[in-house]
Design a protein around this ligand. Structure first.
Ligand SMILES: [Zn+2]
Ligand SMILES: [Zn+2]
Length: 481
């Protein structure tokens, strides 16, 4: 365990208690008054400049150090869900019908634990903005904060966020470059025909038959219009019509959820669904109206910031605890809107994969408190790296905060990757006799006592292990010079 993880683990009890306190008092979108006040009071107590009430119940805590001009945004969400809790936990919700079923209590606690550590011990040079947003669960709290001037009043060069995910081993970090969460749009379709006696259909225009046909026709949008190598979802989640077996109703309504992992596919889905609805209605002699509501955007992690986040994750936990390119999900997340304005990356932290481990939004779900130390350590390390002296450590410089290193430059005649040299960061173990580390595309070699276990392509991160101390050593592989 690295020094940083140990430091955050040593004080985790306070933030486990805080997480459980928030869990006992869940609040729905834009009603997070108690949670927001708790967050703001804590931040103020630690010396942050606090902006309350941004986008309703949003909070931004800002800490500025040194003369650095870089600005970092870290975001957590605070809202709960209208679900009756059945976790059986001692700290279960005290509010009937409401619970933290998505772990936003944990996200808030992780960012607060990092906030305290950074205020007391953080080594960084620049501006740190901690963004606690309301209403992630469908309310678009991120958009409300942005409409209220989030990035004008608290400019950020990059933003990062984290979500827990059941089904992934506890504490594992899963990153992904590119489209990671789907767009989510909604449509209400109303078919209006001519009602009448169930025995005399020839005198009616039956919206139920039209609706049934439309449900089937809509399946062809995904199967026939979307590229088979692209992802798309068209779900008819509600179909309402009629009340009696012998009455043909005048109207039928359908509620649709429409998702895509690509902005062009998203546009295609809307165009094809609207065309199908109109032509199907016409063929059955009924009238169709569509109320199309754009929801969350596709969440796209930018390449450079994701590569950086991967380096941080691997440095913190070692390559074996990090998935560098996980699969995309068809769920949605309004951090996507922040990523449309500011580059950044969103990752998952495993909530555990034991049998019976409930998925988020399940009444039996609970956030895994073992993640508080890991998640907050990730935030601290990411901050100290992003807002380090000049951002990332310069190439060809070895940084070892403890221990000793004898570094020699890469050998003459090496290709440009090799000549750029490694950056070593060693936290608390003695690393000796590293005489040479070279990097050639996907291969790397360390002479002496070090052994590199994995190196992705240039710009990624490598992890290494010292034979002498068995402590993980992280190596940031620098881009070509
Ligand atoms: Zn959720
Ligand atoms: Zn969530």
């Amino acid at each position: 365990m690295t020094y940083l993880l140990q430091a955050l683990q040593a004080r985790v009890g306070e933030f486990v208690s805080l997480r459980r306190d928030i869990h006992r008092h869940p609040e729905l979108a834009f009603e997070e008054h108690r949670t927001a006040a708790l967050v703001a009071d804590k931040l103020e107590g630690w010396g942050y400049a606090v902006h309350r009430g941004l986008g309703g119940t949003g909070v931004v805590g800002t800490l500025q150090r040194g003369q650095g001009t870089r600005r970092l945004g870290l975001r957590a969400d605070m809202d709960a869900l209208p679900i009756e809790e059945a976790s059986g936990a001692e700290w279960r919700s005290q509010r009937p019908g409401l619970m933290h079923a998505c772990g936003h209590d944990g996200h808030t606690a992780m960012l607060l634990a990092a906030a305290r550590h950074l205020a007391e011990q953080g080594r960084f040079d620049g501006t740190l903005n901690l963004i606690f947003q309301p209403a992630e669960e469908g309310g678009g709290g991120a958009l409300r904060m942005m409409a209220d001037g989030l990035f004008e009043q608290h400019p950020c060069d990059a933003v990062f966020a984290m979500h827990n995910m059941p089904g992934i081993p506890q504490g594992r970090l899963v990153l992904r470059e590119g489209a990671t969460m789907a767009s989510s749009d909604y449509a209400t379709i109303t078919l209006t025909g001519i009602g009448g006696h169930g025995a005399l259909p020839q005198h009616t225009a039956d919206p139920i038959v039209a609706a049934a046909s439309l449900v089937m026709a809509l399946q062809t949008v995904v199967s026939r219009n979307v590229d088979p190598l692209q992802a798309a979802v068209v779900t008819v989640g509600a179909l309402n019509a009629g009340r009696a077996n012998n009455v043909i109703p005048a109207t039928a309504t359908l509620e649709l959820s429409v998702r895509a992992l690509d902005r062009e596919v998203r546009t295609l889905l809307e165009r094809r669904i609207k065309a199908l609805v109109q032509s199907q209605a016409e063929s059955f002699g009924v009238h169709a109206s569509i109320d199309w509501r754009a929801g969350y955007a596709v969440l796209v992690n930018t390449p450079e910031e994701t590569a950086f986040a991967r380096e941080v994750a691997v440095e913190l936990l070692g390559a074996e605890q990090v998935t560098l390119q996980g699969p995309p999900l068809t769920g949605s997340e309004d951090f996507a809107f922040m990523l449309e304005r500011v580059p950044g990356s969103y990752l998952f932290i495993g909530n555990g994969d034991a049998p019976g481990n409930c998925m988020v939004h399940h009444p039996g779900y609970d956030f895994n408190d073992d993640n508080i130390a890991i998640g907050s350590a990730y935030w601290v390390k990411l901050t100290e790296r992003f807002l380090g002296a000049g951002g990332r450590p310069p190439a060809s410089k070895i940084t070892i905060t403890a221990g000793e290193c004898r570094h020699r430059p890469a050998p003459e005649g090496a290709n440009s990757h090799e000549r750029s040299g490694p950056v070593l960061q060693h936290t608390n173990a003695v690393w000796r006799d590293v005489t040479r580390v070279t990097h050639r595309r996907s291969k790397a070699r360390a002479d002496g006592m070090g052994r590199i276990s994995q190196v992705p392509r240039t710009g990624g991160a490598a992890s290494a292990r010292s034979d002498s101390c068995a402590q993980p050593l992280s190596i940031g592989v620098i881009s070509c010079v």
